[in-house]
Structures are given as structure tokens and as C-alpha cells.
Ligand binder design. Sequence first.
Ligand code: NCD
Length: 366
Amino acid sequence: MKAVLDILDLSTEELEDLIRTAEDIIANPATYAHACDGKKLATLFFEPSTRTRMSFEAAMYELGGHVISVSGEGASSAAKGESVADTARTVSNYVDIIAQRHPKEGSALVAAMHSTVPVINAGDGGHCHPTQTLADLLTIRREKGRFDHLNIGLCGDLKFGRTVHSLINALARYPGNRFYLISPPELKVPSYVKKAALKDRGIPYLQSVDMEEFMPELDILYMTRIQRERFSDAAAYERLKDSYILTPAKLETAKKDLAILHPLPRVNEISVAVDDDPRACYFKQVLYGKYMRMALILKLLKEAERDPGVARKADFSGPEFIRGSLRCTNPRCITGGEQELPQIFRRGADGVSRCVYCEAKAEPAE
Ligand code: NCD
């Protein structure tokens, strides 16, 4: 069973297919109005959301399907202590496809391992958010006409911003791209993302705390919010929250055809005065997200018809997988919240072992 947990679960050919379908839906919406007649989507959202949940739901309705929904941790048996695994196993009896958002990193993999219907990761803690990347990619394709030879600036909370991690992974697969990573020192892109997506493949990137330094170079500027809910230290959030505020004055040195993206919600990192600038794309990005989610639902349901009723096989039996002697140090990892979920680590070619769920570095168990 196909699950989309990470943007890398989709090949570049599959991304092209999704974009083609989304463009066709935009051009011929009536053709798709009954494409999912009789099908049901569950949206399981254990973390706040406006755009992602509503766009999944709008997407399913526009395809003629139905939606059943859990919104908020207090509203389901999760509040009674039910595990992600049991919830997924249960809900897959009721629906044809599941979109899940959960604060624990690696929670989407656990759901996919126990669901008999396709699972889409709608955000697992600070880890991944592949369907936001689908929205970002359609925006970039429509604005810039290509995914290659772009100077891509990412600014804000690059540590906890899951949309940033997924977008870097997606765009690092195309030739000629250059990344400009702009963040406070405390909120840099995690080393596991930088290493796998950029360093190991020799993809050029520059890091700075200064947005203005890179501004004239950029084709894309991807702004993000400082992720208050992921900070364990409230004082650190207060100190960092206004690190970047994009204003018309700061855009004076930018290219005339810069595309400004933001996954939203905006707190105050883009001044409202920028909204009227023709380079501001973040509200178009919201709409494109719905079309890409429609395309993804269609694709996964079609694949499930061909290969029904099988939970995602997570094969952790090879010699690179380690149990027992290591522990996951990430306090936000699903293994810290889920009963009897064994900690498992994969040793990479560089000798570093990482949690199979959240990708954090392992430490020796005491
Ligand atoms: C993002 C998310 O949830 O990670 N929002 C979204 O899905 N559009 C970004 C954010 O919350 O800052």
C-alpha cells in the first residue's frame, strides 16, 4: 500500500504526474466532480490546522467523495490514551484513505504500518509535511516555469519548520539549484536534512542570519513562522520570534520576478504591506494546495484499488537495523509516546545510526 509520509516517497516522475493532474483539474473541474463518488476520506488532526485539514476536506468534496474527521487531541480516543497504531487500524475500517497530522515525529509511519488504507502525512511534528510541498511545487512551477537552476532562499525557523525540510528534499533532486538558508543560529536546518539532501550530493548552499545579504540573488524566497509550539524554552521563543519581518523596503534589492512563498499561517514575518506586491504568491499557494491534494487523493485511491487491504510493509530486518543497544534522544519522537513501539535504528553508510521513525541520531542506551 502506498503511503506518502515524506516527499521522497514520490519520484520526480510521480510529481510530474500529480502536477499534470492538478493542472487538468484546474482547467476542467467538472470532469472530476464525481471521480471519488462513494469514497471516504478521514482527516485525523491531532494538532491545530486551518489550511491543511480544510483543503483536504474541500479536495475530497470537490471530487464527489465524503469526509469524516477528528480535529483536536481531546476529541477522539487519543484523549483516553489510544495509540496512533490502534487509531489507524480502527479508522481504516471506516474509510478509503487517511490524512493524519500529529505532534509526534514519526507518527505518520506508525499509522501507515497499521492502516489497511493509504495514509498521507499531513505533518508529523517538526519532521515532514509532504503535501505542503506539493502546494509549494505547483506554485513554483506556475510562477517560475521550472524546478531547476533556481536560487532558493528559505528564511525563519529552519529547524522546526517541517515544510522547509520537505521542500529542500524535493528541490535538491533537480539540477542547478542553489540554497540560501537564512535563520538565527539556534534555528538552522537540522544536520540530518542538510547532510542527506545537500552535502552528500554536493549541492551548493550558503547559510546566514542576514536576509538582506542574499536578497538580490534569490528567485524564490520561502518565509516561515517561528514554530512556538515546538520550543521547550518559552524565553528562547520570545527572543527569536521577531527575527525576520519582510517589508517592502527589504524587497527593494530583490529581483523583479522573485516569487515570495509562505506555507502560512503568517504571524508577523511578512508585513501585510507586502501582500499587494505582485511577487507575493502565498495566497495562490493556498489554492494550489487544494488541487495538488485532489491529485494525490485520486492517485492513491487508484493505486489502492489495484492493491487493496495491505498495511505498509516496514521491513526492519536487514543487517543495517539495530535494536536494543541504542536509544532515540528526540523528545518529540513517536517512540516516546507510543506503548510497546520498539526503538529501531538504521545505520547509514557514514556509520551514523538514526531512528527509523524520526531520523534523530541515536545514542548508546544506558
Ligand atoms: C505549516 C505547518 O503546519 O507545518 N502550515 C501549513 O500546513 N500550511 C506551517 C506552519 O505551521 O508554520
